[in-house]
Design a protein around this ligand. Structure first.
Ligand code: ADP
Ligand code: MG
Length: 677
């Protein structure tokens, strides 16, 4: 018999073509198939008499087939099959379109449970293309799966039965017995059987609970294992008495309390014998860069190198400028390395990194390429970490033996989620903005008010301020969304005639982008018409107005990030959200945006509206997506899963005991082996 990890094509009835369809759903083995959890169930027990079934909606009927008419071929090769049937009181017509196979399987005189749309009038009822099972079949609750064209519900169900059969023939359990008893969980086989073909409603619930728990447990195990590995000592222990007074003396401002606390925590981490692994979260504009610079300065004063990695070239260039400002006067050598430097410059930078002449390198992922070597890289900072995956995080860490790591994020995360997303990290939060900032005033309007919005924007340009206008698309498409290219052309001729404008989007060459950004930050451009390229970290304190077109296209956290581009200087700033999309959901988002600028609050609302499932499903955070655990599970089971993972690892830190083998393999599979490092 086939093995549970064999190619899905080994299942009966699955050939190359269906195998391809399965892979499309992310399923390449019977094992994967077992974790393709039903999105719902069809309960054939809930059948009603024909006359009680609501018209034009779907119901379950219990029908005995009376007479089958021969299939009829009609125009276009369509085949219609009709049969009459009864529930013992009334009769009904079963009509099946284009599925002779399903029709032939029905036998006159036999009784079936049928689920389908009921149509007709008082005299004649019809049930069309029903899903059915024979009376007497054990399984009256049928799973409904996420399907793809070419894979029918019946095929998936039958393959699922086969996969379960394989599992039964070579029993397999991921959780060790002591965990099953301690947490009162049913065995894996029972759970998989009952999540697909439940004996009862409560069995489905118990099964689901076990499988969701197991998924969250794997997530916690993966992260804790990462954390424990990092507990190996680091050669980069620093001296807590390092004098930083020249750094603080040269800063153009005084650190806020939040910034100071973060600096203290970071320094204390770097002075320990274990590598730092810290998340620095703070709203846009909260001043994370100064904290990062302090950390770099501290490392360099201790004789080490530091690397700062940003997700885009624009942001890397800007960080470079800031770091130069803070660090160069202290005699610290800072360099920029991105994908767009010439091979010659690159070779030069590489040499100077290896010799240790460069103290701080700022760049994009170019700084983690294989050929880049460091002399003594002790501190690695990644900015806006949600853009990087776990794999990239790991790659940067490998550049050096257990360096200290600081991850900066401008997406504040509520506690339950932080535990799941960043369970491997310690956290510093900067909750207040520097003094003297007034919160960005936010207005949501419909397209009718566009004229007025531009009047407002021009008034600010006339006063010497600058502005952003954000559109969701780059080029015109079928949709009626604003495209930044045509928008910029039109605006230059109409609403912004006489003002200096420029276009910025992600498809432009990086040299072009940098030129535009350079001009904008020097004030040579008044209004920047752009896509979300500006989202990340761009800092132009003179920019005081932002207009966001098709605001409905952006999620709460993204809107918050975008809005953070204004209000970064001493000028009162505004953000105008324009949308004609008056759905309940959109209106709610606009209301939240206009009523608060607190990133932690917005993150919570975002979470409530989207649900953690959605949050985890998105590729943003670079963790394995949760396929089973939903919003409620994350809220309810995360703490328990965390505790269980801690217990397991306290006893067996690398899960090397035989009884933990399956769980370890499963955890690695879950993380796509990213944790192995
Ligand atoms: P973010 O946390 O979004 O990365 P930045 O580090 O870019 O924020 O800081 C935003 C702006 O605030 C910058 O112009 C920076 O110079 C300024 N800034 C940072 N800290 C302070 C402070 N303590 N007092 C006044 N201005 C500050
Ligand atoms: Mg920043």
């Amino acid at each position: 018999m086939a093995d549970i990890f064999c190619d899905i094509e080994n299942l009966k009835g699955v050939g190359k073509a269906k195998g391809e369809k399965y892979r499309k759903l992310g399923i390449s083995t019977p094992y994967d198939l077992l974790y393709h959890i039903p999105r719902d169930y069809l309960d054939f027990r809930a059948h009603v008499p024909i006359m009680q079934a609501e018209l034009n909606s779907s119901s379950v009927l219990k029908l005995t087939v009376l007479h089958k008419n021969p299939p009829q071929r009609i125009r276009g090769g369509l085949v219609i099959c009709n049969a009459s049937a009864t529930d013992g009181i009334d009769t009904i017509v079963i009509s099946i379109y284009n599925n002779v196979y399903a029709y032939h399987a029905l036998k006159e005189g036999e009784t079936y449970y049928m689920y389908g749309k009921i149509t007709g009038n008082f005299l004649r009822r019809e049930i069309s293309s029903p899903v059915y099972i024979k009376d007497g079949e054990k399984v009256l609750i049928q799973p409904i799966y996420r399907l793809t064209q070419g894979l029918s519900a019946n095929v998936v169900r039958s393959n699922m039965q086969q996969a379960l059969e394989i599992l039964r023939s070579s029993p397999f359990e991921t959780l060790p017995q002591h965990i099953l008893s301690e947490y009162k969980l049913p065995p894996l086989i029972w759970s998989l059987e009952n999540i697909h073909f439940p004996e009862s409603d409560s069995a489905a619930g118990i099964a689901r609970n076990r499988i969701a728990f197991e998924e969250l447990l794997k997530l916690q195990l993966g992260m804790l294992m990462l954390k424990l590995r990092r507990r190996r000592s680091t050669p980069f222990t620093m001296d807590k008495n390092t004098d930083m007074s020249d750094f603080f003396g040269a800063l153009p401002f005084e650190l806020t309390d939040g910034q100071s606390a973060a600096v203290r925590e970071i320094i204390s981490d770097m002075c320990s014998h274990f590598p730092m692994n810290r998340l620095l979260q703070g709203d846009v504009g909260s001043g994370k860069t100064a904290v990062a610079a302090a950390a770099c300065c501290f490392a360099v004063k201790n004789g080490f190198q530091a690397a700062v990695m940003a997700p885009t070239e624009i942001l890397a260039a800007q960080h470079f400028k800031t770091f130069m400002q803070f660090l160069e006067p202290l005699g610290i050598k800072v360099c920029l390395l991105t994908g767009s430097v010439t091979p010659k410059q690159r070779a030069d930078i590489r040499n100077r990194l290896e010799s240790g002449e460069i103290n701080v390198i700022v760049g994009t992922h170019a700084i983690i390429q294989k050929d880049v070597k460091y002399r003594s890289l002790a501190l690695v900072i990644t900015d806006e970490q949600h853009r990087f995956g776990v794999a990239q995080r790991a790659a940067l860490a490998e550049k050096s033996e257990s360096p200290h790591k600081l991850i900066m994020s401008a997406t504040p995360i509520p506690r339950t989620l932080a535990l799941n997303l960043f369970g491997d990290l310690d956290v510093s939060s900067i909750r207040q903005l520097p003094k003297g900032r007034s919160p960005v005033k936010t207005y949501a309007v419909t397209g009718k008010k566009r004229e007025g919005a531009f009047g407002f924007l021009r008034k600010h340009l006339d006063e010497g301020r600058q502005a952003y206008i954000v559109c969701p698309m780059i080029e015109d498409s079928e949709s009626d969304l604003f495209a930044v290219t045509t928008y910029a052309e039109n605006a230059a001729k109409t609403t912004l005639k006489g003002y200096s404008t420029a276009l910025l989007h992600g498809k432009m060459k990086s040299a072009e982008k940098e030129e535009v950004m350079g001009k904008f930050s020097r004030g040579e451009i008044q209004a920047l018409i752009c896509t979300t390229v500006v989202e990340v970290g761009v800092d132009v304190p003179n920019a005081a107005v932002m207009i966001i077109e098709n605001a409905e296209r952006f999620g709460l956290s993204q809107l918050h990030q975008l809005r953070g581009r204004v209000g970064r200087g001493k000028f009162e700033s505004s953000c105008i959200l324009i949308t004609d999309h008056l759905t309940e959901d959109c209106i709610r988002r606009m209301k939240i945006m206009s009523s608060t600028t607190d990133g932690f609050k917005i993150a919570e609302e975002d979470l409530k509206m989207r649900g953690p499932g959605d949050f985890f499903g998105s590729a943003q955070h670079g963790l394995p997506p949760l396929k089973i655990a939903g919003a409620a599970d994350v809220m309810n089971l995360s703490d328990k899963a965390r505790r269980c993972a801690e217990e397991l690892l306290a006893d067996d830190p690398e899960l090397n005991r035989p009884e933990h083998h399956a769980l370890k393999m499963d955890t690695l599979r879950f993380f796509n082996k990213e944790v192995t490092g």
